[in-house]
Design a protein around this ligand. Structure first.
Ligand code: B12
Length: 177
């Protein structure tokens, strides 16, 4: 699959009854685009998430993000980079992730455009071992500050999710200069 092709994923789940291995299948669908699953959390009523297109209530949220050069390589070959229209990365992200979300019966939410914004940094802290850094960006134990969140996949099924591993922020052991 070329990064410029429209994403193509087989039908992989219904909203409330995921097939086994849903997370692995989603990860494989995201990988050619330099995107990865970044953990997930169980939705609560006070998250105020919208219902899925079929009407099911939000049960699980999986975050999609990027780290390293893969996403840039995929994005830089896309039509959105050269069509002269505004916000190429946001439009590329929507095109790629909306198709993958649809194939999983998921609703995709994005860190951009929504008013008020969806609280991706707060969500991320429920998904993986990230900590607030003095810069305001979340620091990751492996990626450092060099990572971002591109989308959230909202599912109607309760998925088993690993607990976020405990650990101190890398900033706490960083020598001051
Ligand atoms: C508005 C916005 C901006 C604005 C203002 C940023 C600001 N510092 O206020 C502008 C355009 C300037 C901007 C710039 C950048 N941004 Co910005 N931005 C956002 C956006 C859309 C909303 C942020 C927001 O208002 N959050 C408020 C509430 C809604 O967030 P919350 O999750 O409930 O709460 C968290 C924060 O409030 C944070 N927090 C609150 N107070 C404090 C105080 C301290 C000291 C700390 C450490 C944290 C902290 O802690 C909470 C829990 O983690 C988010 C995407 C999103 N939807 O969240 C990206 C986001 C925060 N930005 C991101 C990035 C990468 C950047 C840039 C590096 C982009 C660039 N290449 O230049 C710069 C860095 C700017 C900086 N040093 O902060 C990433 C951060 C990823 C990460 N590693 O954490 C995000 C998550 C987008 C993404 N696609 O991943 N951004």
């Amino acid at each position: 699959m070329k990064p410029t092709d429209p994403p193509h994923s087989p039908e992989i789940a219904s909203p409330t009854d995921p097939k086994p291995g849903l997370q692995e299948t989603l990860a494989q669908a995201l990988q050619p685009w330099g995107l990865a699953l970044r953990g997930g959390f169980t939705a609560h009523a006070d998250d105020a998430l919208p219902p899925l297109p079929g009407g099911a209530a939000a049960a699980t949220v999986l975050l999609v993000g990027n780290a390293g050069p893969g996403m840039w390589q995929a994005f830089s070959g896309s039509t959105e980079t050269s069509d002269g229209l505004a916000h190429p990365l946001n439009r590329w992200t929507r095109r790629v992730v909306d198709a993958i979300a649809a194939s999983a019966g998921a609703l995709a939410l994005y860190p951009f455009e929504a008013v008020p914004v969806w609280p991706f940094q707060r969500w991320a802290a429920r998904c993986e071992a990230v900590h607030n850094s003095p810069l305001g960006l979340l620091i990751h134990p492996q990626y450092g500050l060099w990572h971002a969140y591109r989308a959230a996949l909202v599912l109607g099924a309760d998925l088993a999710l690993p607990a976020v591993p405990p650990g101190a922020s890398p900033c706490q052991s960083c020598a001051s200069v």
